[in-house]
Design a protein around this ligand. Structure first.
Ligand SMILES: Nc1ncnc2c1ncn2[C@@H]1O[C@H](COP(=O)(O)OP(=O)(O)O)[C@@H](O)[C@H]1O
Ligand SMILES: [Mg+2]
Length: 240
């Protein structure tokens, strides 16, 4: 299992304000990789650099050993932004058709894929509803369905389960597990600590620096704590 995404000495500043500081991070393929850190620690910025929505100030990023500016977007990755980018006046199904055509999915395959992904996020019965009638959690799930639509090799999900109740969150994590078993790579940001524990590997981010990268168990052992939350508490962050 090789490295699929590799950040080398990546730094980013907005004006004189450093946001990411010499990030070195190798993300293995076919794993669930969690980027964990308090609000403002730089998670979204790191992800935006990866997909080309932000430029880096220093360093480089490689995808499959090839130095890149950003991951070739539509073919390889499914991206779910931290805030939903949906057309509120359209129905869920219309949104999916729109993004499906953008990804270049043929119309006859599109209907089948839409049904599959809506089933995955448990929204099949609500597919004809305009999105402005959706709750926050339903919008999150629809965004996830859109990210899955073109069956991408890598999924980059920025706080995918915000506003989703614990029962459905568990189901969505089971889905993440299945995607991984099919060989997909998942890069997920979260500040929910029980989600951190479900990742194969974690990078803990604090003030734009990585304070640990390892399997959750190994991180807990090396900090001599029983939960990931305590790692942050021990390293000086009082709330996530
Ligand atoms: N476009 C921007 N201009 C200036 N500062 C920004 C911009 N985007 C993010 N930041 C700052 O960068 C830091 C990291 O933000 P972000 O990557 O969104 O963190 P996280 O996703 O971990 O909450 C924060 O201090 C935030 O205020
Ligand atoms: Mg963020």
């Amino acid at each position: 299992m090789g490295t699929i995404i590799d950040f080398k000495d990546v730094s980013k500043s907005y004006g004189h304000h450093p946001v990411l500081n010499q990030i070195n991070l190798a993300i293995p393929s076919s794993e669930i990789f969690g980027l964990i850190g308090p609000s403002g620690s730089g998670k979204t910025t790191l992800i935006k650099i990866l997909i080309g929505l932000e430029s880096l100030s220093k360093g480089e990023v490689s995808f499959k050993d090839e130095k890149i500016k950003a991951i070739p977007f539509f073919k390889k990755i499914g991206y779910m932004a931290q805030s939903d980018a949906l057309y509120e006046e359209l129905t869920a199904q219309e949104n999916l058709h729109f993004f499906g055509s953008l990804y270049g999915i043929k119309k006859k395959d599109r209907n089948r894929r839409i049904e599959e992904v809506m089933k995955t996020v448990d929204l099949l019965d609500h597919r004809k509803k305009p999105v402005h009638l959706y709750s926050g959690g339903m919008k999150r799930r629809l965004s996830l369905a859109i990210a899955l639509l073109h069956d991408p090799e890598v999924l980059i999900l920025d706080e995918p389960t915000v506003g989703i109740d614990p029962v459905l969150r568990k189901e969505i994590w089971e889905q993440f597990q299945k995607l991984k078993e099919q060989g997909r790579t998942l890069l997920i940001t979260t500040h929910v600590m029980d989600e951190a524990e479900r990742c194969d590997r974690l990078a803990l981010l604090r003030d734009g620096r990585i304070i640990a990268t390892e399997k959750p168990e190994t991180i807990k052992e090396s900090f001599q704590v029983s939960s990931i939350e305590e790692v942050f508490l021990k390293s000086g962050v009082s709330s996530l």
